[in-house]
Structure formats: structure tokens, C-alpha cells
Ligand binder design. Structure first.
Ligand code: NAG
Ligand code: NAG
Ligand code: CA
Ligand code: CA
Length: 210
């Protein structure tokens, strides 16, 4: 009887204990918000950011894009674990021009291992400024942009037109025969049911190699 009561009490305490141990969270502090905000970041978007990273323990700056990266901001895709979890969690719903200070516990950064100048179990502080947002390669917006006749599938003509525009946007000259080769290889990979179109489902499905 006594034993059963003790066990029940222990089980209760264990539950209470688990509930009391907080899930690691990113603390977000908005330092500056632009007056106009047309679009907010969401998973799958590509973000261009300037940032400085500090160790919380003693304030040492371990990286700064203003200094270390030839002063160049960096691109990454939000929400796909391209960066530490703390960034994926802490940079959602952000406007271009917005500045945030995020405090990232070690479990959502480099954990028990640490990395380079970052010792094991370090809480990190980042000052981040969002410079630009672009549609990620597999976003709904990219698909709509490519699907000129809104039939929810991409024909070769539509993908060809998109490729041409993209290359021209980046200042490359368009070599027709190279493009046809590229186009064929895209369809070979993406058009899984070989019906000559890339459907919305075929497009959105993330292949292993991407
Ligand atoms: C801060 O901590 C890091 C890692 O423990 C160490 O390498 C660095 O020398 C420290 N800097 C100062 C100014 O104490
Ligand atoms: C396009 O590229 C192909 C193969 O790379 C090359 O043989 C051809 O001369 C190029 N055409 C033009 C117009 O540059
Ligand atoms: Ca179409
Ligand atoms: Ca297809």
C-alpha cells in the first residue's frame, strides 16, 4: 500500500518535472521595424541577411558579415535546416529592413559539440538585419510565376521561357542549344510520370539531391 502510494507520487513528480523543464526556445527581440512591410518571411523563402554573432558567456563576437565576409550579406533558405535551428525558428515573419536580436540556446545552435570559435554548450546571440527576400526555388510563388496559363502544370515552353528570363536577369547570354540540354535534363528528373508536364505535385516534392 505504502509502496503503491510512493510509486504514484513518484510518477506524478516525474510528470510535473517534465512539464517544468522548458523546451528550448529562441528569444526574439525586434530592434527596428520598417514602416512599410509588403511581405514577411516564411518557410521556403530565401533570405539575404547581414549578421553579427556573439557568445553569450563573455560577449565575444565570433562572426560578422560586415567584417568577415568582405562586407557581404549572406543568402540562405528559411525552414529547411540549412542553418541552425535557432535561425529557422527566430527569423520567421520578418520584414525587409527589420533588425532582430535573437538569443539561441545551445540545443538550437551547435549543441554539445560546438563549432570553430564556438565552445560546447554555448548560448549564442545574433544581431540580424534582413536585406532581401526571394522566392525559394520550390515555392508556391515560383510555380505560379512559371505557370503562365494557370493550368497547374509546367509545359516545356513555360520552363524554357522561365530559364531564359532567369539567365538574362543574371546577365548571362542565352545559348539555345545549352538551354535545350538543360531543359531535357530538368524534365527527365522532374516529370516523374513522363506526361510531358511538371505538375504542381512533381514540382513541390523535394528530391533528395536538392
Ligand atoms: C570568451 O570565451 C571564449 C570561449 O570560451 C574564449 O575563447 C575567449 O578567449 C573569451 N574572450 C574573452 C575576452 O574573455
Ligand atoms: C552553344 O554551346 C554549344 C555547346 O556548349 C557550342 O557548341 C555552341 O557553339 C554554342 N553556341 C553559341 C551560339 O555560342
Ligand atoms: Ca502551365
Ligand atoms: Ca508530369
Amino acid at each position: 500500500m505504502m509502496m503503491a502510494a510512493l510509486l504514484a507520487a513518484a510518477a506524478l513528480l516525474a510528470c510535473a518535472g517534465a512539464a517544468l523543464i522548458p523546451e528550448p526556445e529562441v528569444q526574439i527581440q525586434v530592434l527596428e521595424k520598417p514602416f512599410l512591410c509588403k511581405r514577411k518571411t516564411k518557410y521556403g523563402d530565401m533570405l539575404l541577411v547581414h549578421f553579427e554573432g556573439f557568445l553569450q558567456s563573455n560577449g565575444t563576437r565570433f562572426h560578422s558579415t560586415y567584417v568577415d565576409n568582405n562586407g557581404q550579406p549572406v543568402w540562405f533558405t528559411l525552414g529547411i535546416r540549412e542553418v541552425i535551428k535557432g535561425w529557422d525558428k527566430g527569423l520567421k515573419d520578418m520584414c525587409v529592413g527589420e533588425k532582430r536580436k535573437i538569443t539561441v540556446p545551445s540545443a538550437l545552435a551547435y549543441g554539445k559539440e560546438g563549432k570553430g570559435k564556438i565552445p560546447p554548450d554555448s548560448t549564442l546571440i545574433f544581431d540580424i538585419k534582413l536585406m532581401e527576400i526571394r522566392n525559394g526555388p520550390r515555392s508556391h510563388e515560383s510555380f505560379q510565376e512559371m505557370d503562365l496559363n494557370d493550368d497547374w502544370k509546367l509545359s516545356k515552353e513555360e520552363v524554357r521561357a522561365y530559364l531564359k528570363a532567369e539567365f538574362e536577369k543574371h546577365g548571362s547570354t542565352v545559348n539555345e542549344s545549352d538551354h535545350e540540354v538543360l531543359l531535357e535534363s530538368i524534365f527527365e528528373k522532374e516529370d516523374e510520370d513522363s506526361d510531358g508536364y511538371i505538375s504542381a505535385r512533381e514540382f513541390t516534392y523535394v528530391h533528395d539531391e536538392l
